[in-house]
Design a protein around this ligand. Structure first.
Ligand code: HEC
Length: 133
């Protein structure tokens, strides 16, 4: 095989792997998320998803579905009217006193930037919209 052909083969493999990653690979295998509708996220929301999974999902769950340590955001409590976007900035910067649930207080999350919080909020809003909240 000459160099040009090897390059083409390598390129094809790369494209196949990328396609697998984007469309076919099972996401969040093992999580009970089947009832949550995952929309086509905007780019900002996709960045938000990454930041959410790094900083918030340990308690709020993959796809914001909740865990034993924190609530889901797919709940009427967290609709825009009840918890505006500022609630997300404030929660991460200042923490949250336990009040709606019986998990515990939410500690501040200093690892996340305000920009990331805006992306995270967009991600949550798109997820909520797709699921009727
Ligand atoms: C250590 C666990 C934990 C982590 C990590 C965490 N949260 Fe929370 N969060 C909670 C708990 C528990 C509550 C519920 C408090 C209540 O209402 O009783 C909560 C509530 C909230 C609320 C509702 C605030 C309100 O005013 O009622 C928002 C918004 C929120 N979290 C955003 C985030 C974001 C964004 C991140 C990631 C940057 C994050 N949380 C990371 C545990 C966590």
């Amino acid at each position: 095989m000459n160099i040009k052909m090897s390059a083409v083969v390598v390129l094809l493999i790369a494209v196949a792997l990328a396609a697998w990653n984007m469309f076919l690979a099972p996401r969040n295998a093992g999580e009970e998320t089947s009832s949550i509708i995952i929309p086509e996220f905007t780019q900002v929301a996709q960045s938000g998803q990454i930041a959410f999974e790094e900083n918030c999902a340990a308690c709020h769950g993959i796809n914001a579905s909740g865990t034993d340590n924190g609530p889901t955001f797919l709940h009427v409590y967290y609709k825009t009217g009840h918890h505006g976007d500022a609630a997300f900035l404030s929660a991460a910067n200042n923490g949250v006193r336990q009040h709606h649930w019986r998990f515990s207080d939410m500690p501040p999350v200093p690892s996340v930037t305000d920009d990331e919080l805006r992306w995270i909020t967009k991600y949550i809003r798109e997820l909520q919209a797709a699921n009727g909240f």
